[in-house]
Design a protein around this ligand. Structure first.
Ligand code: NIG
Ligand code: FE
Length: 404
C-alpha cells in the first residue's frame, strides 16, 4: 500500500477488493473498488474507475477491504488469570463445579478488587491492543468483576480510557454477574446493584445493562429487577442467556426489547421466536463453547429460519474464553457452529454493531463511519478459512490509518 500525497482532508483508498456487506445478505463484493473518506466518514464507495477526486490517494494494490471488526461482547478489564481452572477442567471439573466451589467469576472478583486502577488499565490496554491488531475498531467491555459500587465504577472507568488507544469503546454494566462474598442473599445483592446504577449512569459510564441468567448466577425474576432499573434510566439491556441451561432468559430479555442475548446454546424454540419478534440479536460465542468443551450447539438453523440477526464475539474473559483473536472466532463460528463465512463476518461487523445498538458502522457504505480493515487476501472467505494467522495490513479508524 502506498500513499501519493499527505494533505489532510479527503482521502481516496483505491484499487482494492471491497467486501462491503451492503444490504442484508451477500458479500457485496466490488472488484477494483475505492472508498472516499472525509471527516471520519465514508463519503463514497464504488468502482475505482468512477471514483471522485480527493486530496490524497492511497493505492491498495488489490488488497482486500472489509468493515472494521466489532467485538460486541468482552470482559476485557480484570485482574489475575484463571489458567489453574483450565487445568482443573482438564481433570474433569466443570465450569459450574468450579463456580459453585467459589472459584470462577468470584476468583476474578478477588483479583480485580486487589488491583489498582493503573494496574487494571495496563493489563486491559495490552488486551485491547491485541484485539486491534486483528482489526477491531469497536469494542464492548463489561463490568462484573467488581461487584461493589466503587469497584464496578473503577472497571467502567478503565474500560472508557481504552478509547484513547484509537478504538470505540462501549461499556456495559454487569453487576448481576455473580454473588459477591459479602452478600449471602441474592435478592439483597440485586437490590444493591440496582441502587448503584443511577450514579454510574450519571457519571456517563454506562451504555447498556447486562446480567447473567443461569442456575449458577441469577434467576429470571432477579434479572427482571435489574432490567426495570435500566428501563427507568432509558438504558438498553442485554443478557447472558441459556448458556448452561434453558432459563427462559431469551423470552424475558425480549420483553425488554433487549439489544442482544448472548451464548444461547440451550435456547428453546419459544426463545427463538421471542428474539425474532423483538428484533434482538443472537450473539454466539464460539470461544466459550470451545474452551468449556460444550456439546450442545446453539440452534443455528432455527435462528436463521426465524430471521434472527446473528453476531459473534470473542467473549474475552479469564475463565470461559481467554482468547484475544476475533479472527479465530470467525473460523470457530464456521467450524463449530456451521455458520457460513459470510454469516461469520457479518456477525463480527454489522450484526455485532447492531448488538450494541449501533447502526452507523459495520458496512462499507457511504454515510457510515470510516472504520475499515485492509487485509492480505483475495476473498473475504479467506478470513474465516484460515486460523492462527493474521493477514491484517492496515486498520483504519475514523479515517485514520492505525497500522497493524
Ligand atoms: O460470558 N457466563 C458468564 N460470564 C462470562 C464468563 C465469566 C467468567 O467465567 O469469568 C461469559 O462466558
Ligand atoms: Fe460474557
Amino acid at each position: 500500500m502506498s500513499s501519493k500525497r499527505s494533505t489532510a482532508g479527503s482521502r481516496l483508498w483505491t484499487g482494492g477488493r471491497l467486501a462491503t456487506l451492503a444490504g442484508d445478505s451477500g458479500w457485496g463484493l466490488v472488484e477494483d473498488g475505492a472508498l472516499l473518506v472525509d471527516g471520519g466518514l465514508l463519503r463514497w464507495v464504488g468502482p475505482s474507475a468512477d471514483a471522485p477526486a480527493a486530496e490524497e490517494i492511497i493505492e491498495l494494490h488489490g488488497a482486500l477491504v472489509t468493515p472494521g471488526l466489532v467485538d460486541c461482547h468482552t470482559h476485557l478489564v480484570y485482574g489475575g488469570n484463571r489458567a489453574d481452572e483450565f487445568e482443573q477442567r482438564l481433570h474433569g471439573a466443570s465450569y459450574a463445579d468450579i463456580a459453585r466451589a467459589g472459584g470462577g467469576i468470584r476468583s476474578t472478583v478477588a483479583a480485580t478488587r486487589a488491583a489498582s486502577e493503573a494496574e487494571l488499565l495496563a493489563a486491559a490496554t495490552k488486551r485491547a491492543r491485541a484485539l486491534m491488531r486483528e482489526g477491531v475498531t469497536t469494542l464492548e467491555v463489561k463490568s462484573g468483576y467488581g461487584l461493589s459500587a466503587a469497584t464496578e465504577a473503577r472497571m467502567l472507568r478503565v474500560a472508557r480510557q481504552l478509547a484513547g488507544l484509537g478504538v470505540d469503546v462501549r461499556t456495559t454494566y454487569l453487576a448481576a454477574h455473580a454473588l459477591p462474598p459479602e452478600f449471602s442473599d441474592a435478592d439483597d445483592y440485586i437490590a444493591a446493584a440496582c441502587q448503584w446504577l443511577p450514579e454510574l449512569h450519571a457519571q456517563g459510564l454506562v451504555d447498556a445493562v447486562d446480567a447473567f441468567c443461569e442456575h449458577i448466577a441469577f434467576s429470571p425474576a432477579q434479572v427482571a429487577r435489574v432490567f426495570d432499573a435500566a428501563r427507568q434510566l432509558g438504558l438498553p439491556v442485554k443478557l447472558h442467556a441459556e448458556q448452561l441451561s434453558d432459563q427462559g432468559g431469551a423470552q424475558l430479555a425480549a420483553r425488554y426489547q433487549a439489544l442482544s442475548c448472548d451464548h444461547l446454546e440451550f435456547l428453546s424454540p419459544a426463545g427463538v421466536q421471542a428474539l425474532a419478534q423483538a428484533g434482538t440479536v443472537a450473539v454466539l460465542l464460539p470461544g466459550a463453547f470451545y474452551a468449556l468443551r460444550e456439546t450442545q450447539l446453539p440452534p443455528i438453523a432455527a435462528l436463521r429460519e426465524a430471521g434472527v440477526p446473528i453476531a459473534i464475539a470473542t467473549d474475552h474473559n479469564p475463565g470461559s474464553s481467554p482468547t484475544l483473536s476475533p479472527l479465530l472466532m470467525l473460523n470457530m463460528a464456521c467450524v463449530l457452529f456451521r455458520l457460513t463465512p459470510e454469516e461469520a463476518l457479518r456477525g463480527l461487523t454489522v450484526n455485532g454493531a447492531r448488538a450494541l445498538g449501533l447502526r452507523d458502522r459495520g458496512q462499507l457504505v457511504a454515510g457510515q463511519r470510516a472504520d475499515f480493515c485492509v487485509w492480505d487476501g483475495a476473498h473475504p472467505r479467506e478470513l474465516a478459512a484460515c486460523f492462527g494467522h493474521n493477514p491484517l495490513i492496515q486498520r483504519v479508524y475514523q479515517g485514520v490509518q492505525g497500522g497493524s
